[in-house]
Write a protein that binds this ligand. Structure first.
Ligand code: BES
Ligand code: ZN
Length: 593
């Protein structure tokens, strides 16, 4: 399958292993060193084509140190530049000396004040979707799996963590700093190669699980993720054996642009899920689920992104159900449906963007990171489950992971597997599933199950009572979970008076909430209704974390009015240096409008 987001020509020659030897220079903000690539070249291949973006290529050599001819193609703003190299004499080994740009989009270099501890600098990478090429010259396509090793030199007080087995967990002292070595023997798509460097401590929470975080965050993190080992057990019951050895979570500095990133062996996670009551750990279930759907069986191109995220969103919910019961899972599923319906509404003039198998040629694959891939994708998987019943579905799912372990799949290949191993010629079932409609049409097919949650029904009752004039303190909110509060806030109408908002805030202290999802839902309403007493909480939230999912809707909402515009520009100017390139790429056009 050809990947429109990579220059590589893997049928001619493909990279099978990446051996990094890099030094992190925090003063210049560059990674500098060499990468040795191992290739498989077809008999008639003359060239190897790699992906790069913003890299400074110093030399290219063969295994014996002989110079190899190379050429960099014209730059494309999204794809970067092809690096074309003559196939080396031994046809297997190329060594590239290079350095990254201080502006490499995959890398964020943080000054000490931007970390939780405030004393040391920090560096982390974020490769998905097509940013690995901004720090490693390799074939940056999810269909081209590669094993990797790394030797990383960092300033002495710091620790390096990678999405691989740590061969020297505490590093080894050297003249140039501290050296860390890693190895990942399983072949992965290059977007999963990941590095973090900082003042990072570790604590074990289970036999094969633990938590990395800055020392000042470690206690909170270890407590929040105490159920990690149980989550792995639950996931294994559904997906089969966990094939990556350890599963750790690294809690990132506040600017991390995503909720979580499923880097093999070590999920990178935003600190905004440290709610103090373990209420937001479904995000960890999600990243863990990617150890099967995503990392073991990977989307072949970004057009197949729903295969990663839709399956994972479904799988995440099954883990939550197993650990915390049907009620909690039903609430989470319901929240996902609400988001999906909102997204479909906002995409009403863009039917092509409502399609699961979305054509991204000529576009940034980031455009596919929407609730369509996640929640419509999960709804599709649930529809298949409902049609055949859970026992039969689970057998198929387990087999699907085993049959395709360590490979990358297109949507067509997924369909072929479904037909061969689940539908098996049952034409009535095939018709009932409406497969083509799910995969190729906009909107939500008619056979999508409607999620129901009793706990949410009770919330809706209280919303109705409040709107009918009952005072906020008289509402029955005993023992509500953060999901119920999210649903409560999401169910409030577009019109409320300042008095009503003040009453809600006084009764439930939303502006002071330590739960990022609840605070976000509240601030969104506050901005929409121009509730100025929440402005200081809004500013605090926008300047203390950089998660794009929270920032984008809040800035968008602010930009709708002249009053909000001025606030947005003022806050953004102060906060922008803290945000990651992935976030500013989304926010710059919004806030400059
Ligand atoms: N793999 C994604 C994050 C991602 C997707 C990064 C595409 C870059 C491009 C990760 O698994 C994810 O989905 N994270 C979500 C959280 C999840 C619970 C929905 C996030 O970051 O919000
Ligand atoms: Zn995901």
């Amino acid at each position: 399958m050809s990947d429109p987001h990579s220059y590589a020509r893997p049928r001619e020659s493909r990279v099978t292993d990446v051996a990094l030897d890099l030094r992190a220079d925090f003063t210049r903000r560059v990674l500098e060193g060499r990468v040795k690539l191992t290739l498989v070249a077809a008999p008639d291949a003359r060239e190897v084509v790699l992906d790069t973006r913003g890299l400074d290529i110093v030399t290219v050599e063969d295994a014996g140190g002989g110079r190899l001819a190379f050429a960099l193609g014209p730059p494309d703003p999204v794809l970067g530049r092809a690096l074309t190299i003559a196939v080396p004499p031994d046809r297997t080994t190329i060594v590239i000396a290079y350095r990254t740009s201080p502006l490499a989009e995959a890398l964020q270099w943080l000054a000490p004040p931007q970390t939780a501890g405030g004393l040391h600098p920090y560096l982390f990478s974020q490769g998905q979707a097509i940013l690995t090429r901004t720090w490693i010259p390799t074939q940056d396509s999810p269909g081209i799996r590669q094993t990797y090793t790394a030797r990383i030199v960092v300033p002495a007080p710091l620790r390096a963590v990678m999405s691989a087995e740590a061969l020297t967990p505490d590093g080894v002292e050297a003249a140039s700093g501290r050296v860390f070595e890693f190895r990942l023997a399983e072949p992965i798509p290059p977007y999963l190669i990941a590095l973090a460097v900082g003042d990072i401590a570790f604590r074990s929470v289970g036999p094969r699980s633990g938590v990395y975080a800055e020392p000042t965050v470690l206690d909170r993190a270890a407590d929040e993720f105490a159920d990690l080992e149980q989550m792995i057990d639950a996931a294994e019951a559904l997906g089969g054996p966990y094939r990556w050895g350890r599963y750790d979570v690294l809690v990132m500095p506040p600017s991390f642009p995503f909720g979580g990133m499923e880097n093999p062996r070590v999920t990178f996670a935003t600190p905004t899920i440290l709610a103090g009551d373990r209420s937001l750990t479904s995000l960890i279930a999600h990243e863990l689920a990617h150890s099967w759907s995503g990392n073991l069986v990977t989307n072949a191109t970004w057009r197949d992104f729903w295969l990663n995220e839709g399956f994972t969103t479904y799988f995440e919910n099954r883990i939550m159900e197993q650990l915390y019961g049907r009620d909690r899972a039903a609430m989470l599923e319901h929240l996902g449906r609400t988001e999906l319906l909102e997204e479909l509404r906002s995409l009403r003039d863009k039917p092509a963007d409502q399609v699961l198998c979305m054509d991204l040629t000529g576009r940034n694959p980031d455009d596919a990171v929407t609730p369509i891939a996640y929640d419509k994708g999960a709804a599709f998987v649930r529809t298949i489950e409902a049609a055949v019943g859970r026992p039969r579905f689970d057998v198929w799912l387990r087999g699907y992971f085993d049959r395709h372990a360590f490979t990358s799949l297109t949507t067509a290949e997924f369909l072929a597997d479904l037909r061969a191993h689940l539908i098996a010629g049952d034409t009535e079932l095939e018709a009932r599933l409406q497969l083509a409609e799910w995969l190729e049409q906009p909107g939500l097919p008619s056979n999508a199950a409607v999620p129901a949650s009793d706990a949410f029904t009770r919330v809706t009752t209280e919303v109705v009572r409040f709107l009918a004039g009952h005072q906020a303190p008289s509402l029955d909110t005993t023992a509500w979970t953060s999901q119920q509060w999210q649903h409560f806030l999401g169910g409030l109408p577009g019109r409320l008076s300042a008095v009503q908002l003040a009453e809600l805030d006084a009764a439930f202290r939303f502006s002071e909430s330590g739960n990022s999802e609840v605070l976000f839902a509240w601030l969104r309403i506050a901005v929409r209704l121009r509730y100025t007493p929440a402005l200081s909480a809004l500013e605090r939230f926008l300047t203390s974390q950089g998660r794009r999912k929270f920032l984008k809707p809040l800035y968008e909402e602010l930009m709708r009015t002249e009053w909000g515009k001025a606030e947005a520009k003022r806050i953004y100017e102060a906060a922008r240096p803290m945000y990651h390139a992935v976030a500013t790429a989304t926010l710059d056009p919004i806030v400059s409008a």
